[in-house]
Design a protein around this ligand. Structure first.
Ligand code: SIN
Length: 553
């Protein structure tokens, strides 16, 4: 695996010096930029436009213990229960204890208009939550409200410069860690170097590794692949979470049907009208996601059908239209009146619980390289993320990055840009990015989906091995870089899934259908001499390596 996706000589590339570079413009990226901009100039780079993010698509809401009778302790218990023994408890403590204040800040200081009930925020339930604690905005448009509010503030912040249509290619490192970022300015068609001692990766997830996903086309895992090449650790990458309910209609792109519908009373039914979650879990339709998906897959196989039904009519027509205006409208345009008819649904790849290992202050193993949001593996999600903990994670840990940057920036000299160069002998690729993207997506869907087996995973590993030369090929477009990143990550995911001989959370092996005590540990990857090395870390010790710390500074 070459260190960089492109060859370069930094002294021949247009260079800009900026203390902090944030890549990604969802909740994590914009919150990190705002936190850092109180004392520094910040460049925010985004692959397309500022508001084209996974955050914008989030429907359900943000979980935090704001309700009467709720507490950080209860939120923690639910998070640990969903994470099936792989959560890092100290990180969960930070998430749940700092969460309520971050949500208040979003509403009161940033100005996000969340729905209210009486004098407080309206709170609903989602899968795995023992209390109503999910705050939401404009019914089912939480993500777009969060994105728009943060973007409004970012655009007015004089210390922040936004670079749209800039594709981040690679983090540049030298002996002292991160020294900047190479990005393709798509409008000019040129590579630029952002000389910076602090790069924050907040580029979202990798649902596009699958043929069936709720994620937008930009989610190709670029941040995780880039961090791995730069020397950061990647963990828990076998835990791709599938959302139980995506709209399942022929010729219609998948679309998230929020879990909040089930929180408000929608029922999962099979084609005969049987409520199949009864008797499976005490929380029935609101069991943790892995439990619901597993049962759905079992029932679909038994009945030989490719989808099941979500009946939202018990919520009542008036409440449905008021509480879920977007879902109502979207389904209506697709030909389904959800106030009268059930919605055809099936699971879809939704959220990567693992990613770049980042400590309590967002630091990775590469000095000056930070990660937050879905790109990161902070350890709060374990083997299965609790619903609506992701926007919260983006808020909590991005702010901590902002608070911890000072020491890194203290000795930085903007005039001291490095003169590095990199050359790797590359050949033109024999396969087009578009074709390879489709092949990877189908191979992952078939072999690395909700049910996995040694046989299928070996087949996937073979396919990936046959295409490794693509990693050494020369592509000059985002489509090519994306497919190289997808191949890198697919390989990691399949290797980790093969290694983990058990079923836990979102990882289900048909040949090892139970959870096994000896697998209560993280599988961690790191780049080593041009190859990869994998090793294990015990739960509670994800950050036991020099370079991580629970202390700031
Ligand atoms: C949903 O609205 O169901 C998605 C929430 C989440 O993934 O946390």
């Amino acid at each position: 695996m070459p260190r960089y996706l492109i060859n370069f000589s930094l002294d021949k590339i247009p260079t800009e010096s900026v203390p902090v570079v944030v890549v990604g413009s969802g909740v994590a990226g914009l919150s990190a930029a705002l936190a850092a901009a109180s004392s520094q100039r910040v460049a925010v780079l985004t692959k397309t436009t500022l508001d084209q993010t996974t955050t914008s698509r989030a429907q359900g809401g943000i979980a935090s213990a704001l309700g009467v009778g709720d507490s950080a302790e209860l939120h923690k218990m639910d998070t640990l229960e969903a994470g099936k023994g792989l959560c890092e408890e100290r990180m969960v403590d930070i998430l749940v204890s700092e969460g309520p204040e971050r949500v208040r800040h979003l509403v009161e200081d940033i100005g996000a208009r969340f729905d209210r009930a009486g004098s407080g925020l309206a709170l609903t339930k989602e899968g795995g939550h023992s209390r109503p604690r999910v705050a939401y905005a404009r019914g089912d448009a939480t993500g777009s409200e969060v994105e728009a509010s943060l973007a409004r503030v970012v655009r007015c912040e004089e210390h922040i410069d936004v670079y749209e249509n800039h594709y981040a290619v690679d983090v540049v490192t030298s002996g002292e860690g991160c020294v900047g970022l190479l990005a393709l300015d798509e409008e000019k068609g040129e590579i630029r170097f952002f000389h910076s001692p602090a790069v924050v990766l907040a580029m979202g997830g990798m649902g596009q590794l699958y043929a069936v996903t709720t994620n937008p086309a930009i989610c190709t895992g670029d941040g995780v692949a880039m961090a791995l090449r730069a020397g950061a650790e990647v963990s828990d990458i076998e835990f791709m979470q599938f959302h139980p309910t995506s709209l399942h209609l022929p010729e219609t792109p998948r679309w998230l049907i929020s879990e909040a519908l089930r929180g408000e009373g929608a029922l999962l039914l099979d084609q005969s009208g049987r409520r199949f979650m009864e008797g499976v879990h005490p929380l029935k339709e609101l069991a943790p996601r892995d439990v619901v998906v597993n049962e759905m897959v079992r029932v679909m196989r038994e009945l030989d059908v490719d989808h099941l039904l979500l009946d939202a009519t018990p919520i009542g027509a008036e409440r449905l239209m008021e509480r879920f205006p977007n879902i109502y409208q979207h389904c209506l345009e697709a030909g389904i009146d959800i106030t009268r008819n059930p919605i055809p649904v099936s699971p879809a790849a939704h959220y990567m619980s693992g990613g770049v290992v980042a400590d309590a202050w967002g630091r990775t193993l590469v000095p000056g390289l930070y990660a937050c949001g879905e790109v990161a593996c902070s350890g709060v999600h374990g083997a299965n993320r609790l619903a609506s903990n992701s926007l919260l994670e983006g808020l909590v840990f991005s702010r901590r990055i902002g608070l911890s940057l000072e020491r890194r920036l203290r000795s930085w000299d903007p005039a001291d840009a490095p003169a590095l160069e990199y050359h790797f002998e590359r050949r033109r690729s024999r396969i087009t990015p578009r074709l390879l993207r489709g092949l990877i997506q189908q191979m992952m869907q078939d072999n690395m989906g909700y049910r996995r087996s040694r046989e299928g995973l070996r087949e996937a590993a073979l396919f990936l091995q046959e295409n490794t030369d693509v990693l050494q090929s020369e592509y000059r477009s985002p489509a090519g870089f994306e497919v190289q990143n997808m191949l890198t990550l697919a390989n990691l995911m399949v290797q980790a899934a093969l290694m983990r001989e058990e079923s836990r959370g979102c990882h289900y092996r048909t040949d090892y259908p139970s959870m096994r005590r000896e697998w209560e540990r993280h599988i961690v990857y790191r780049r080593d001499n041009g190859g990869l090395c994998a090793f294990m870390r015990a739960v509670g010790a994800l950050h036991d390596a020099e370079g991580y710390s629970y202390e700031v500074g």
